[in-house]
Design a protein around this ligand. Structure first.
Ligand code: FAD
Length: 275
């Protein structure tokens, strides 16, 4: 079973120091198979991804940079691939990404399947490639079935595995797996897990990325108001149950969206007997 943890590149020196401590705690207690590091489309945190991935790789940790292609040229993506290969990085999360608002240029890649094709053409089998999956359907897709078809195409372009957008409804995940398998996908599709620690932030994120917060969870979170301790306790319980059900019913691993925090992910992992 593969357990992985996602970080974003810190924007301040204090954030960098904090992330080192967070990594140390994960290394000691959870020993994830790999850490992935997000990549901001349009330049915001792009150099930060390379920097943190280099630091993690030098520390002997398995680091997988995210690489988004929207707004990029073939030349710039080639340069990043060369940098990562020269560093010794063996795993990449390949994404289309989203154009930041006000930045209208799509660049030379329109969809993530083109990036997967390009990585394979440029670097052969050097990288293990993960792609994104959306059990509750990508918010911009024409229909759930077209989204599924494009996902299958992306997997058949040469992805080794997929990581899902987060969700709180197991049925959506298992149906998606079943349908993707029926269309010939044999690679693992790892559920992405979002810990619940802050209801306002979670509701805002979920609206943007098309993840549904079930009514009973949303109402309960709203009823706690500013009572952070109750939100955390309830969130830990709900997400532990979700992970437990996913693993019992055959999910091949868990990918935690840590938001650069260790406490809640480690508490959930401990509840699951993974620590
Ligand atoms: P695609 O697979 O290209 O899909 C995007 C849309 O286009 C979908 O609606 C799909 O149905 C449609 N589509 C796909 N292929 C085709 C085709 N060939 N022709 C026509 N339509 C098509 N964003 C970041 O900016 N940085 C990150 O680090 C980052 N990390 C992420 C990690 C994970 C695990 C996930 C799930 C998402 C992440 N995202 C990140 C968000 C992601 O970039 C957005 O969801 C983005 O809108 C879609 O990226 P994609 O790779 O899924 O795109």
């Amino acid at each position: 079973m593969e357990i992985s943890v996602e970080f974003f590149p810190p924007k301040t020196p204090e954030g960098e120091i904090k992330l080192r401590l967070v990594r140390e705690r994960f290394n000691q207690k959870l020993k994830p198979s790999f850490y992935s590091v997000t990549f901001g489309a349009g330049g915001s945190t792009q150099s930060g991804t390379l920097q943190i991935v280099s630091e993690m790789h030098a520390a002997g940790e398995m680091a997988a940079p995210h690489l988004s292609c929207v707004g990029s040229s073939r030349e710039s993506v080639r340069d990043m691939l060369i940098q990562y290969r020269n560093l010794g990085i063996r795993r990449i999360v390949a994404l289309r990404g989203d154009l930041p608002s006000g930045m209208g240029q799509y660049g030379e890649f329109l969809h993530a399947n083109e990036l997967v094709d390009f990585i394979r053409a440029e670097t052969g089998d050097w990288f293990h490639i993960d792609v994104a999956a959306y059990p509750e359907t990508h918010p911009q897709s024409k229909s759930p079935l077209s989204d599924l078809d494009f996902f299958v195409q992306k997997m058949k372009s040469g992805a080794n595995s997929a990581i899902t957008q987060y969700f709180f409804n197991c049925d959506a995940y298992f149906r998606f797996i079943e349908e993707a398998n029926d269309l010939g996908v044999v690679q693992p599709i790892i559920p992405g897990i979002m810990p619940i620690t802050n209801s306002t932030q979670l509701i805002r994120f979920s609206e943007a990325c098309g993840a549904e917060i079930p009514r009973w969870i949303r109402l309960r979170l709203q009823s706690y108001g500013d009572d952070v301790a109750s939100i955390r306790a309830f969130g830990e319980d709900v997400v532990t149950d979700l992970c437990d059900q996913l693993l019992s019913d055959g999910a091949p691993g868990l990918h935690f969206y840590s938001l650069n925090q260790a406490d809640t992910v480690l508490a959930i992992a401990e509840n699951l007997g993974l620590v």
